[in-house]
Write a protein that binds this ligand. Sequence first.
Ligand SMILES: [Zn+2]
Length: 367
Amino acid sequence: MRTVRVGGINDGQIIYILGVIVVFFRLLPTGNGFPVIGDRETEISESGKVENTIRPEKVYTSSMFEHWSKSGWKSPSWSYKDPAAWASLPGSFCGGDQQSPIDIVPKSSVTKAYPKFTFHNYGNFDKMKIMNNGHTVVYNLAANTPADRIPYITGGGLNDKYQFHSFHLHWGSDSSKGSEHLIKSKSYPAELHMVHYNTKYGTFEDATTHSDGLAVLGIFIKVGLADNEFFQPLVDEISNVLLNQDETTLNRIVSFQNLLPQKTTSFFRYSGSLTTPNCNEIVIWTVFENPIKVSERQLNMFRNLNDAANQQLVNNYRPAQQVKGRIIYYRRYNGCELKESWPFTSTPLLDAFRYSQCLINYALSWE
Ligand SMILES: [Zn+2]
């Protein structure tokens, strides 16, 4: 009897592999075209995109985004001393139903198999601008950055291409607090927010008028013993922006790639808002599970800054807001990654076999 050999695999093995794949995939609910593990999977219409279809489209103006822009902020119309008062500011959405930040409870989240993020142009940037806006320090790319070098993100369950706008931080007066998002009610000492806008709306300002206008990456910062060399360029110039509205240029190159956690494969995803007035509900939030580490000395540099009222700029985080029925999705890295191009790879069968094997191992090891 003739045995057909395909890349070292015979008929019997192929039938066995197909059987394993079919049985295993049939057992799994699916989401986003990828198999999903988890007992709490819930279908949503499209991955990562959570639209406010019930409510009418809100009208926003760019002046509402002082915190996210490098300039425009003049008088202290709000402060972190009384966040409860934000809801009664004129034109405020701070009392809405999809507010941020939130306390993330992994056990109550819904596991979802989002694809991995792709970080484009997340390379090195010279001459970034740093500005104290009275609420935080905002970092912007140099104005002459060529359009084709501007960082952007795709994947991760985002339906569109989101271009980098700016980043800023939130921190505490000491390291027992500081992050905006909480994990199981616990704070990190600080949180970095990388703000991106949906390129299908053309400009940042236009994007901020849509419920899927911004994608913000939240990166927890914890304290390590050693200085973080990649974080140091952000810290070097802080003494030149101690006062509200101070602005200067960074002398050293910032590596975007190295501001991200080592693993970006585990993250939480939900629909939320800006965390400063007017708290517009326009943000697709990604909160990475793995933190980055900086030293206490590096964090202390931020604690030297002054706010709009000329007081020490610390505890610039908004308290956790109610989840109010929102689903918090969890991309739980399981050690198995299916290629994004699957099944159009050169060896789809083998890839799928390895993937399902990996999932089986994971399922067996999962408590
Ligand atoms: Zn922020």
